[in-house]
Ligand binder design. Structure first.
Ligand code: PLP
Length: 394
């Protein structure tokens, strides 16, 4: 028996278990402490009403013989794919229905897309990064070259001169840094990918948080992207679907390499290995994209973005360098001198009773930085930042 030994090359992900362990230990010795969680990457507001109503109706349909549905199309029902195409049309992007593939979330698709590519390909991945990109490639034994994201490049790495890459991951707005590429920067990436036949794997899971109308919310807003990019998106953060599960991936028909159409390959992959997202959930997702659904989802996002503004203003007041918080629910702050990210974690937990996420958990370039998130309650954002300001070393 030969096993996939690449699994033994994966580093254990200690980040969230270590955070939970430290918080539990602290609470055990300070049972009355009111600890504020400002590191969570999960949403806290409930589903919007439009979505709830649509799902209730869909449940009733499933309970009646005349409207019951069994297996659906693996790539998603037409009603949802058409709704997604209309959503893109509002961003000025024309997509055909069969360029859109509905899934149970961006994480699965980001991992599964690698079925389409040879394991000998070279992959460019920014550091720090959403860890799924790294681990899914390590599992297949692919070579990874890291792209350093730093204060100098504002955590937005640009194409490296002289490097030949096959697959390139970009995430904008970024988790964990909250940094967002502008149009000109994305145009440089598209030109670089088209020049060398590379493919951009563009993660737009946080596009709905972009407030600045000049910033692109889809890679396809950039001319030339349809011949070099696959886009992954999700209802998770857009509409609180982290537990409900629905996302989508766009694979343009113009995306070909040699004789092979990536759109056809992905269709084949999905129809072979995936049996679709529940009808009820797809009805809930389609409701998010109605005029009323968008309005309600945007209300929740506005609530989170107000939290982000509270966090960002407090950091500005302290003169701390940070990215994010304006077009993203994440705020990525520099640690004070003499503190690495775990030391800052310990200080904030012990002295301010505030929990964030140490940047070191997202890659070696994340050391020296700390992630705060806007997904909590308003009161907690306010109190958390007052406490942080009170103990912050100056
Ligand atoms: N992409 C990024 C950058 C994320 O931060 C997350 C979740 O935190 C995902 C994808 C996963 O999204 P989904 O819930 O759709 O699987």
């Amino acid at each position: 028996m030969r096993m996939n030994t690449h699994y033994s090359e994966l580093k254990e992900s200690y980040l969230f278990s270590e955070i939970n362990h430290k918080v539990a230990t602290f609470k055990a010795s300070h049972p009355d402490a009111d600890v504020i969680r400002m590191g969570i990457g999960d949403v806290t507001l409930p589903l919007c009403q439009a979505s709830v109503e649509a799902m209730k109706e869909a449940v009733d349909e499933m309970g009646r013989a005349e409207t019951f549905r069994g297996y659906g199309p693996e790539q998603g029902y037409d009603f949802l794919r058409d709704a997604i195409a209309s959503y893109y049309a509002k961003k000025g992007v024309a997509l055909e229905r069969d360029e859109i593939f509905v899934s149970d979330g961006a994480k699965s698709d980001l991992g599964n897309i690698l079925d389409l590519f040879d394991s000998q390909n070279t992959v460019l991945i920014p550091d720090p990064v959403y860890p799924v990109y790294v681990d899914t490639n390590l599992m297949a034994g692919r070579r990874i070259q890291f792209l350093k994201a730093t204060v100098e490049n504002q955590f937005l790495p640009m194409p490296p001169a002289g490097v030949k890459a096959d697959l390139i991951y970009l995430c904008s707005p970024n988790n964990p840094t909250g940094a967002v590429y502008n149009r000109d920067q994305l145009a440089q990436w598209v030109a670089y990918a088209n020049d060398q036949d590379a493919i951009l794997l563009f993660d737009s899971a946080y596009e709905a948080f972009i407030r600045d109308p000049s910033l692109p919310r889809s890679i396809y807003e950039i001319p030339g992207a349809k011949t070099c990019a696959i886009e992954f998106c999700s209802f998770s953060k857009t509409a609180g679907f982290t537990g409900t599960r629905c996302g989508y991936t766009v694979v343009p028909k113009d995306l070909t390499r040699g004789e092979m159409s990536l759109n056809r390959m992905w269709l084949r992959r999905q129809t072979t290995k995936f049996n679709g997202v529940p009808y009820i959930v797809q009805r809930g997702a389609a409701a998010v994209l109605t005029e009323e659904g968008i309005r309600q989802a945007q209300q929740n996002i506005a609530y989170y973005m107000e939290n982000a503004a509270i966090i960002a203003n407090a950091l500005r007041g302290l003169g701390i360098w940070f990215t994010g918080g304006e077009n993203s629910p994440y705020i990525w702050m520099q640690c004070p001198e003499g503190y690495d990210s775990w030391k800052l974690f310990d200080l904030l937990l012990e002295k301010a009773r505030v929990v964030g996420t140490p940047g070191a958990g997202f890659g070696s370039c994340g050391e020296g930085f700390f992630r705060l998130t806007a997904f909590g309650r308003r009161e907690d954002a306010k109190r958390g930042m007052e406490r942080l300001c009170g103990v912050y070393p100056r």
